[in-house]
Design a protein around this ligand. Structure first.
Ligand code: ADP
Ligand code: ADP
Length: 226
């Protein structure tokens, strides 16, 4: 039994021009601690699948089980990160990272300690009292990464998190992400349309097929780590 199991997932959006099929009969298993990339051409349903896993969208049909429970509502053991991260400009970096803990009402003292550990982990030691406007794009995504980890989710869902960064910064962030993944043992589902990035990062790649109805679901590629 994997940590996340999808069976025959379908997603149909209702749009002004009628129903739009985004996912047809998608099945997969993701094991605890795995790093999975979702790749495929634009429009093949990567973001849709990630949004369903994160509880931002409802599946139309099929079954999704997360940690043994049928998954129909958003869950606290999931964290999501996107290409552009909204940081609150009037809050310091430390206050931004603390936000999820505040919202969830976690212990303030523990959260304060955890925030400093997380800033260390993402390489932002010494930046806690700065404001987002003082940081580069790459550093802001480091803040977002620390914030993503603040409530200690088991599963990290990342939708092209470094896609807006320049090539050099993206490579640096990929190396950082791998290091953090190895250290924390998180399960990661990472959306990208960059196959080089997927190969560099993943244990397995799920290649999503371009057109629902012709080829169904996903093709898996295994990448054993040395
Ligand atoms: P990808 O992430 O692979 O580019 P998406 O999941 O964003 O693919 O989109 C899959 C299909 O669903 C596309 O045809 C897209 O236009 C459509 N789609 C995505 N989100 C919505 C939405 N909220 N409403 C209607 N159609 C959507
Ligand atoms: P392609 O030629 O297919 O574009 P690249 O080798 O340029 O593939 O890699 C594409 C992406 O994969 C890079 O932008 C980076 O995000 C990631 N990547 C590949 N190799 C590394 C590496 N050694 N370190 C960090 N990131 C890497």
């Amino acid at each position: 039994m994997g940590l996340i199991e999808g069976t025959g997932l379908d997603k149909v959006y209702s749009t002004a021009t009628g129903p739009l099929v985004a996912l047809t009969n998608v099945s997969f298993t993701i094991n605890e601690g795995e790093f999975i990339s979702l790749v495929g051409p634009s429009g093949c349903g990567k973001s849709t699948l990630l949004s369903i896993l994160g509880g931002l969208e409802q599946k139309t049909d099929g079954d999704l089980v997360l940690a043994g429970q049928h998954h129909d509502a958003p869950r606290r053991d999931i964290g999501m990160m996107f290409q552009t991260s909204v940081l609150f400009p009037w809050r310091t970096i430390r206050q931004n990272v603390r936000l999820p803990g505040e919202i969830l009402g976690l212990d303030r003292k523990q959260q304060a300690e955890r925030t400093d550990e997380l800033l260390d982990l993402v390489g932002l030691n010494g930046f806690g009292d700065r404001y987002p406007s003082e940081l580069s794009g790459g550093m802001r995504q480091r803040v977002a990464l620390a914030r993503l980890l603040a409530h200690d989710p088991r599963v990290l869902l990342m939708d092209e998190p470094f896609g807006a960064l320049d090539e050099f910064t993206r490579e640096t962030m990929n190396v950082e992400l791998l290091r953090i993944w190895e250290k924390t043992g998180k399960t990661v589902v990472f959306v990208t349309h960059n196959i080089g990035e997927a190969v560099f990062l993943s244990d397995r790649i799920f290649v999503m097929t371009p057109r629902p109805g012709r080829l169904e679901g996903i093709v898996e590629v295994d990448l054993p780590r040395p």
